[in-house]
Design a binder for this molecule. Structure first.
Ligand SMILES: [Zn+2]
Length: 191
């Protein structure tokens, strides 16, 4: 389900669990509303962990991307800062992955210097944002989705693009454009 659909990418593949605990402290914004967390639980089929905020929503209004603590409450490092939760969106991204788009994008990174530079900036943005929440040594310098030199998971790139808006992750933006009206004629909340 979700990001593991079709086995095309490795979102959710975790860094080795750590026993240590480090909770972000200080001036965090209030957590997501209970109703949103319940919606995410229904989307994922399990309770969400370490959810800091709802970073994007589908046109129906339900969460589509959540922002997750870099270290889960049980101590596990979690590199995927932005995680796609809407099943319809996740499925549409899986279809894109199955089209061979990731290999094409990775190949372009090898010979398009401007694209590679913009993608590297996206990687840095991802790391900077995550570091601002908590420093997790196990995943230091490691973003997600194959950044900065490859494309291994479009869910990560789309999550980043939808959370931060256009102009931050160039390949995420491309994937979002290709997704088009993934929600179709009915609300994906009804599914
Ligand atoms: Zn949705």
């Amino acid at each position: 389900m979700g990001q593991h659909q079709g086995g095309r990418c490795a979102v959710g593949r975790r860094a080795r669990a750590s026993r240590s605990r480090h909770r972000p402290g200080g001036a965090m914004s209030p957590g997501p509303a209970p109703a949103d967390l319940e919606a995410v639980r229904a989307q994922l089929g399990r309770p969400p962990r370490g959810t800091l905020e709802i970073s994007a929503r589908c046109p129906s209004g339900h969460p589509s991307v959540v922002k997750t603590e870099p270290r889960l409450p049980d101590g596990t490092p979690f590199p995927t800062l932005y995680y796609v939760t809407c099943p319809r969106l996740s499925g549409a991204i899986g279809t894109l992955e199955a089209s061979g788009l990731m290999a094409d994008m990775s190949e372009r990174l090898g010979h398009d210097a401007d694209l590679a530079a913009a993608y590297a900036v996206a990687h840095e943005d991802y790391l900077r944002e995550r570091e601002s929440i908590a420093h997790v040594p196990e995943i230091e310098g490691i973003s997600a989705g194959g950044m900065p030199t490859r494309v291994k998971c479009l869910h990560v790139l789309v999550g980043h693009a939808l959370a931060k808006g256009r102009g931050v992750n160039p390949l995420g933006d491309e994937a979002v454009d290709l997704l088009g009206d993934y929600w179709g004629s009915s609300s994906c909340a009804d599914r």
